[in-house]
Write a protein that binds this ligand. Structure first.
Ligand code: PBG
Ligand code: ZN
Length: 325
């Protein structure tokens, strides 16, 4: 009779054993919840492809932020839908812009909740691109100035951290020096470092009304096939002064999360993007999968890959589920 020398099942026997040897843990401390600020009052408009997520006017975004804080989630990531858009994306760096006003309201009414802001132009430009467009081309260096201006305006409004998502070359350095010159040496930058040109951002673009009006984002966002380049992008962001680096999307990029965490040892965020949320949601609504178990499994997998921070539209649900467990 043959007996296996190693029996890994011994430590899987019951939940107490499993708890003791569990490697990766998911905690509410790891989560960031995205919020979409929109003009108006008493506005709570559900994003049809992202059930349970809303465009919220400032009065209601404050209520939402209170709920988020109440659930123990440490931070929100703020996006804005401006009243009007123009070629220069001027709403992005307007002192009275939608995000700037939302930051002030949340910081005043919900102290103790970190407000992180997405820094980009695409929600504010009439053409929907992340930079200034001339002759059909997205220009890099002119865009840098406007990104720095946007980040400064967020910091002036009270943002705790800025997160550039545009993928222009040199933006982290431009934002870092802009912040420093204006007295914001202590405001950290969470850089969308390895951000792919992904089809999984579709639902977000409905939420943020930021679909490019021509072409696509492939001349600035990364090609999804490139892993070594993702390391180089991240190395540059760190050199330029990033405090936290980010991989996006998450589930299709677990190898990049793993490699980047190993290579740099930096605080590493993963953005579980809108399409990841919507896929799980849709399958759950059809009764094909168990939403709670799939979400907790996916988020734990992202942690196991090496992420310290996860930005997810499931953050509120996950916080509730974790506190039940
Ligand atoms: C803006 C931005 C996008 C996302 C975050 N910031 C969209 C894009 O680049 O087209 C995607 C987030 C998501 O899908 O959840 N640059
Ligand atoms: Zn953008």
């Amino acid at each position: 009779m043959y007996f296996p020398a190693h029996r890994l099942r011994r430590l899987r026997k019951n939940e107490n054993f499993r708890r003791m040897v569990r490697e990766a843990t998911l905690s509410v401390d790891d989560l960031i919840y995205p919020l979409f600020a929109a003009p108006g009052e008493d506005l709570k408009k559900e994003i049809s492809s992202m059930p349970g997520n809303y465009q919220l006017s400032i009065d209601l975004i404050v209520e939402e932020a209170k709920e988020v804080k109440g659930l123990g989630i440490p931070a929100v990531l703020l996006f804005g839908i401006p009243e009007t858009k123009d070629e220069a994306g001027s709403g992005a760096y307007d002192e009275e812009g939608i995000v700037q006003r939302a930051i002030r309201a949340i910081k005043k009414e919900v102290p103790g909740l970190l407000v992180v802001t997405d820094v980009c132009l695409c929600e504010y430009t009439s053409h929907g691109h992340c930079g200034i467009v001339r002759d059909g081309e997205v220009l890099n260096d002119i865009t840098l100035e406007l990104l720095a201006k946007s980040a400064i305006s967020h910091a002036e409004a009270g943002a705790d951290m800025v997160a550039p998502s545009d993928m222009m070359d040199g933006r982290v350095a431009a934002i870092r020096s802009g912040l420093d010159e204006n007295g914001f040496q202590q405001i950290p930058i969470m850089a969308y470092s390895a951000k792919q040109a992904s089809a999984l951002y579709g639902p977000f673009r409905e939420a943020a009304e930021s679909t490019p009006q021509f072409g696509d984002r492939r001349s600035y966002q990364m090609d999804a096939a490139n892993g070594l380049e993702a390391i180089r992008e991240t190395a540059l962001d760190i050199e330029e002064g990033a405090d936290i680096v980010m991989v996006k999307p998450a589930l299709s990029c677990l190898d990049l999360i793993y490699a980047i965490k190993r290579e740099f040892g930096y605080p590493t965020a993963a953005y579980s993007v809108s399409g990841e949320f919507s896929m799980i949601k849709a399958a759950a609504e059809k009764g094909w999968i168990d939403e709670k178990r799939v979400v907790l499994e996916a988020l734990t997998g992202i942690k196991r890959a090496g992420a310290d921070i996860i930005i997810t539209y499931h953050a509120k649900d996950a916080a509730r589920w974790l506190s039940e467990a």
